[in-house]
Design a protein around this ligand. Structure first.
Ligand code: SAM
Length: 328
């Protein structure tokens, strides 16, 4: 079966699967203030359907899967899905991105189920600010989830921080201090614009600005990421156990080497985070359609993949799903 290569000769080996469009947080940068129209439960792919699609992707070269959402841990019995995906031949890395609210009770079970990599999103180390950004008072739950994950053996654990000017950009140094004695990789993520996600130029903090702030206090040394396909710029900090990285999707994008493809919770294939085009597999999956035809649909999504995304000013206006509906 032919590999997933697009018209720009980029090979795709990384599938991000959203398992729900529901979330227990209301982060200002992720979902529109008015909320989203949730899909009916019947529109969400079942575990059988997700497993079937994942197997088809593995047969055409995908070796890395990341589970995301919405919030993946609000999906009932998620560890059972992890168990099923972990044993698919060819899948070497099975990761998950979570807001960590429910992690304390799930971390060990996820590890036992075969999850290999874990990213926890946490945008502030201050309880009141966490609530301001996420709309919920779960700060302590997330911290407990982080400690439980380290204890379960997810090391290095990755911490995703969306950096927003005037909101949490004064905490860069605090995050470095937080990982002084912890095997955690903090990933400072540039704020990406989506329609209705409150992005504006004043809130955008670039990689350069972040480096300036951190290097003013700490000695930073660029290192090569252990993950060969990593899009992060990673640094070691003298005297600090953890490391820090920057995800520069806006100031220095990595479209040229993009190896990602996404499956939304309702069964659509999205070849580019910022491009509205999608191909829905759900009806085909429920319609006795052959594996061969479904794989053909996946290939056609990849063939239509654009080379890159437009500038930020255009992205704020583009009709597209919001991050919570795509899965990041
Ligand atoms: N609920 C899970 C979580 O919070 O990690 C998984 C889904 S969330 C959409 C996945 C990641 O996307 C999170 O790390 C989140 O911070 C990031 N994200 C969401 N909106 C973003 C934006 N506008 N810019 C940059 N990152 C964003």
């Amino acid at each position: 079966m032919s590999q997933l290569i697009d018209s720009f000769n980029r090979q795709h080996n990384y599938l991000r699967i959203s398992v729900t469009d529901r979330c227990n947080l209301r982060c200002v940068y992720c979902q529109p203030a008015d909320g989203i129209e949730l899909r009916q439960r019947s529109e969400i792919l079942t575990f059988d359907e997700i497993e079937r699609v994942a197997k088809l992707f593995a047969e055409i070269g995908v070796n890395k899967i990341r589970i995301t959402g919405g919030e993946p841990l609000v999906r009932k019995d998620l560890p059972k899905l992890i168990q099923r995906l972990a044993i698919i031949p060819g899948i070497r890395i099975l990761g998950m991105t979570t807001n960590g609210v429910l992690l304390k009770s799930f971390a060990h079970q996820l590890k036992q189920s075969g999850l290999t990599n874990l990213n926890v999103s946490l945008d502030s180390l201050r309880s009141s600010r966490f609530e301001l950004i996420s709309g919920r008072q779960y700060f302590k739950d997330v911290l407990d989830g982080i400690y439980a994950s380290l204890d379960a053996g997810f090391q290095p654990l990755k911490l995703n921080v969306v950096v927003m000017g005037g909101i949490n950009d004064d905490e860069l140094l605090d995050f470095v201090e937080f990982v002084r004695d912890k095997p955690i990789n903090v990933r400072f993520i540039e704020y990406m614009p989506f329609k209705f996600n409150q992005w504006n130029q004043a809130k955008f903090v670039s990689f350069q600005q972040m480096v300036e702030t951190i290097s003013g206090r700490f000695e930073m040394q660029r290192i090569k990421s252990i993950d060969e396909n990593s899009v992060a710029k990673e640094y070691r900090i003298t005297g600090v156990m953890g490391t820090i990285s920057f995800i520069t999707s806006m100031s220095d994008h990595f479209c040229g080497t993009c190896n990602r493809i996404r499956l939304t919770a309702d069964g659509s294939i999205k070849s580019c985070l910022f491009h509205p085009a999608e191909i829905n597999l759900r009806s085909a999956l429920r319609d006795n359609t052959s594996d061969e035809i479904i794989t053909g649909m996946i290939h056609s999504a990849i063939i239509a993949k654009p080379f890159g995304h437009p500038a930020a000013e255009e992205l704020v206006a583009i009709e597209n799903r919001s991050m919570i509906q795509i899965g990041g």
